[in-house]
Ligand binder design. Structure first.
Ligand SMILES: Nc1ncnc2c1ncn2[C@@H]1O[C@H](COP(=O)(O)OP(=O)(O)OP(=O)(O)O)[C@@H](O)[C@H]1O
Ligand code: SF4
Ligand SMILES: [Mg+2]
Length: 323
């Protein structure tokens, strides 16, 4: 198999700018995603992390064409997604699981109708019986049983609701799923169960994930590789273990230094780096490197030019002038 066809998803120079009002009759582009490129191999999980507002959800939604990209290319299984027909076909193979299982499910619909909605939209059930069987199969995948089918989403706990949301996403028999912080709203005690379920489903169904989280511990275990975003830009990308053990970008180092390490024997030697200041608004992003207003290593050059994302060791990419 050629290198190219191993990639299920390829994103090239993706930009998503929102026009926002900044006063009477004045608008300005908010650069939510600003020239981001990466690829995800078939069967791989790419973790995407960064602070709130850095553009993670926008990346996920733009890949799925829920937002029309401002510019850049989205290539799926070797084919650029351009026309309405491409998007329609792509939507039969790619879907999203949302962060908030409380607001993403319609409270007036039964579990079986919620799960079957994508089947109905794409006319994927030849008969009532086939529909019913498929619903039960999907519920089985996520550990729900047939008694749950006629109940309403609000009758369930957060973890169960997220299982319903996942069953719904699986209904189209997808190849690729954008998982947008699917466990962030759940109790810590059940986060691991749901993460394990994603892992098992991936194995069983041969799924490919873009797994978004702000918590590095969450993505570490499920991800093959991890990408770190800051203010609409990708600043680092490497194998999960590599980025966890040897983060290179000053921002990734600070993110990782904030991750609690439960076992003192494995505690990393680097001290906790506390970031000063808030993340700037993407409407007023700093010139040059977007991280420079909070970076302890910033120099004049950092204000003058944006560092390119470059390969600093095999398969390890970072965007920083001092690397
Ligand atoms: N539809 C929209 N219109 C205008 N601005 C938007 C829109 N959606 C997102 N934004 C802005 O784009 C930036 C990126 O938002 P996004 O939701 O992608 O971030 P995120 O990394 O997913 O954050 P969080 O961790 O809070 O979910 C933010 O500044 C946000 O306010
Ligand atoms: S380019 Fe400069 S400001 Fe940006 S992370 Fe590197 S050292 Fe810090
Ligand atoms: Mg988000």
């Amino acid at each position: 198999m050629s290198e190219k066809s191993e990639n299920l998803v390829e994103i090239r120079h993706l930009k998503e700018y929102f026009n926002v009002n900044v006063g009477f009759f004045r608008s300005k582009p908010l650069k939510a995603v600003d020239d981001v490129s990466f690829s995800i191999k078939k069967g791989e999980t790419l973790g995407l992390v960064g602070e709130s507002g850095c553009g993670k959800t926008t990346v996920g939604r733009t890949i799925l064409n829920l937002y029309k990209p401002t510019s850049g290319e989205i290539i799926y299984d070797g084919k650029p997604i351009k026309t309405k027909n491409d998007i329609r076909e792509f939507r039969k193979k790619a879907t999203m699981v949302f962060q908030d299982p409380y607001s993403s499910l319609n409270p007036r619909m039964t579990v079986s109708d919620i799960i079957a909605e994508p089947l109905d939209i794409h006319k994927m059930s030849p008969s009532k019986e086939a529909r019913r069987e498929r619903i039960l199969e999907l519920m089985g995948y996520v550990g729900l049983n047939s008694e749950h089918a006629s109940r309403y989403a609000h009758e369930f706990s957060g973890g169960q609701r997220q299982r319903i949301g996942i069953a719904r996403a699986l209904a189209i028999d997808p190849e690729f799923i954008v998982c947008d912080e699917p466990v962030s709203a759940l109790d810590v005690s059940i986060q691991a169960q749901v993460i394990n379920m994603f892992d098992e489903l991936q194995e069983k169904l041969g799924l490919t994930y873009l797994f978004i989280a702000h918590d590095l511990l969450v993505v570490r275990h499920i991800s093959d590789r991890i990408a770190v975003m800051y203010l609409g830009k990708m600043v680092e990308l490497a194998d999960a273990k590599e980025i966890y053990d040897h983060p290179q970008h000053p921002y990734s180092k600070s993110l990782l230094s904030a991750v609690p390490v439960p076992d003192p024997k494995t505690a990393r030697s680097n001290k906790r780096i506390v970031l000063s200041g808030d993340i700037p608004s993407p409407l007023n992003a700093p010139s040059g490197c977007p991280f420079r207003t909070r970076c302890a290593h910033a120099t004049k050059k950092c204000a003058e030019s944006m560092p390119e994302l470059k390969e600093i060791s095999s398969g390890h990419f970072a965007a920083c002038h001092i690397l």
